[in-house]
Design a protein around this ligand. Structure first.
Ligand code: PLP
Length: 335
């Protein structure tokens, strides 16, 4: 039996049909190298986002954008600031470039932006902020985020990681891409892995003013995004129906999981992404018990959250399955 995979915040609707067809169309040309500039996709993104093509950097997933930012902007011994409970790739990137990594304690599981500003010193070159944050699901209001960005000193870049931005509700949305036009040190990272359903194809992108984008593009591996991935991403970007269905599925899944956790007496954190943190007691033991029932969820020891599990939203029957399995385990984490 294929396990139910709810551990990696993927899209339970699967690959969009539009992307599948696009891949089929280009596959016979995959004996040739890809278009190194990703011309069609960059043009489509530039048009959609109303930015110059030179302001877009393509990555093999947005993980590569996160890593390239550190490689392009931070020399050994210089500083990177991020938040406790921040995405694990920030730590890996800091290690890779031998940076001095300052991890600022979280406030209510989310970024403490004031403390992060205070942590920036003369040697800091890069700050990572994720909104919504993974793994906690926290959301920072646009106005608060902009006030922070405006106060970051000019010698320090900010990578705003928006891997889950497509899941935001209309009243939560803000225009970080628009902000890049007047904030020369802002780099926004987005991905096709989550709401667009292309995690296995590996496509992400960064958006910044052309001068900053050029610093990343200068070290970008030449063929880092493959031909099928470029075609699938361009098709998915145009597929608004799929995105809308994804949002609706997530909205319903989140409501179903929240209700279910409350009924089981389990504490869950409010989440603006497509996943939710739930406190179960011994996270590793509960994850093992769920795995025995064919359900994969994410444990969070590497994040210092051993009592919690992160569960991605699934389709209705999948959410029901995980809730039923948790119910059968009769957890009482607060006892
Ligand atoms: C906050 C955050 N940023 C970036 C990524 C990277 O995703 P990808 O490399 O698939 O684009 C993830 C994936 O889980 C994430 O949670």
């Amino acid at each position: 039996m294929t396990p139910l995979q709810l551990a990696a915040n993927e899209n339970p609707l699967g690959l969009p049909a539009s992307a599948r067809e696009a891949v089929a169309r280009v596959l016979s040309g995959a004996d040739r190298y890809p278009d190194a500039n990703g011309t069609v996709l960059r043009r489509a993104l530039a048009q959609r986002l109303q930015v110059p093509e030179e302001g877009i950097v393509l990555g093999s997933g947005s993980s590569e954008i996160l890593t390239m930012a550190a490689q392009a902007l931070v020399r050994p011994g210089e500083g990177i600031v991020s938040s406790q409970y921040g995405f694990i790739v920030y730590t890996q990137a800091a290690r890779l470039v031998h940076a001095k990594h300052v991890v600022v304690p979280a406030r209510n599981f989310g970024h403490d932006l004031r403390a992060m500003l205070e942590a920036i010193d003369a040697s800091t070159r890069l700050v990572y902020v994720a909104n919504p944050n993974n793994p906690t699901g926290n959301f920072i209001e646009g106005s608060e985020l902009l006030a922070f960005l405006e106060r970051v000193p000019g010698h320090c870049a900010v990578l705003l990681d928006e891997a889950y931005t497509e899941y935001l509700e209309p009243q939560q949305r803000y225009d970080a891409v628009g902000w890049t036009k007047r904030l020369p040190q802002l780099l926004v990272a987005r991905t096709f892995s989550k709401a667009y359903g292309l995690a296995g194809l590996r496509v992400g992108y960064g958006i910044a003013q052309p001068a900053l984008a050029a610093r990343l593009n200068a070290l970008r591996p030449r063929f880092n995004v493959t031909t099928p991935a470029l075609a699938a991403a361009a098709a998915a970007l145009a597929d608004e129906d799929f995105l809308e269905r994804t949002r609706e599925t997530n909205r319903q899944g989140m409501a179903q999981l929240s209700r279910g956790f409350a009924q089981l007496g389990l504490r869950a954190l409010p989440s603006a992404g497509n996943f939710v943190l739930v406190e179960v007691g011994d996270g590793a033991a509960v994850a093992r018990a769920l795995a025995q029932r064919g359900i994969l969820v994410s444990t969070l020891e590497p994040y210092g959250l051993p009592r919690w599990l992160r569960i991605s939203t699934g389709l209705a029957d999948q959410n029901a399955q995980v809730l039923q399995a948790l119910g059968a385990l009769k957890l009482s984490p607060t006892a």
